[in-house]
Design a protein around this ligand. Sequence first.
Ligand SMILES: Cc1ncc(C[n+]2csc(CCOP(=O)(O)OP(=O)(O)O)c2C)c(N)n1
Ligand SMILES: [Mg+2]
Length: 278
Amino acid sequence: MSDPAEVQMAEMRERARTIRARDLRMVFGAGLGHIGGEFSAIDILVTLYFAVLRIDPADPTAPDRDRFVLSKGHSAAALYATLAEAGFFPTAELDAFMAPMSRLNGHPDRNKVPGVETNTGPLGHGLPVAVGMALAARLDGSGRRTFALTGDGELQEGSMWEAAMAAAQFGLDNLVAIVDRNGLQQGDFTERTMRLEPLADKWRAFGWAVREVDGHDIGAMTALLRGVPFEPGRPSCVIAHTHKGQGISFARDRVEWHHHVPTADEFARALAELEASA
Ligand SMILES: Cc1ncc(C[n+]2csc(CCOP(=O)(O)OP(=O)(O)O)c2C)c(N)n1
Ligand SMILES: [Mg+2]
């Protein structure tokens, strides 16, 4: 494997595996967390942080850095593990996830954690904030881009569609929404709770340029996300088809793993699976 692009992809897959293992330890150690939606999002986060975002962990407040908003803020552990892997803070701190006085809270806090761009957790807030960030970038005359990662269940929040309308109205082609389309929300399938399909057509009807991708294919996502905006004058939407719990065979596509905390036996088996996939 001498092709530099292939080497980079292999490195990113290895980072994703490492981040999944750290996330698993964090949730097991804290006794709280959202492994399902974290594991569906980790390949997307790795693609963004290691191949797409124009950021410098040594200078986390540089004015023209790209912005990333974790609209599905309950996946905080995955964001922390990714930020630490990228060098925003030491990986040793991850063990303090949700411990008393730790800055690694259950939902991300921009005032505490380097690399976190805005506080999220209440579903339906991150994309609206990202629209404001993208508009501000334009008003500043800055070339920085804003990327927001949303849940699919989160799209049942009306504020997401107000934000989608506004982004198209303002012609924000410096904004990218990535939908973690894992098909599950907290208690059931999205389609059984509040139907989202035809989802790509909905975003198109709201004025966005839409692409669909395998949300666990880091190579495909890298190629796609390096090509934004998809159309000049329109915001870009990527529907990333994913699986909740991806990486742990007995958690994959299982609704209870939305916030199930592994037992000691499950923890050991999951870690063994992740280690075996190296
Ligand atoms: C406004 C609001 N209502 C409820 C919750 C509790 N909650 C956290 S995650 C979640 C389900 C989200 O599903 P989805 O957006 O599909 O996330 P994913 O499947 O990626 O975990 C719910 C209901 C919340 N955080 N905010
Ligand atoms: Mg979901």
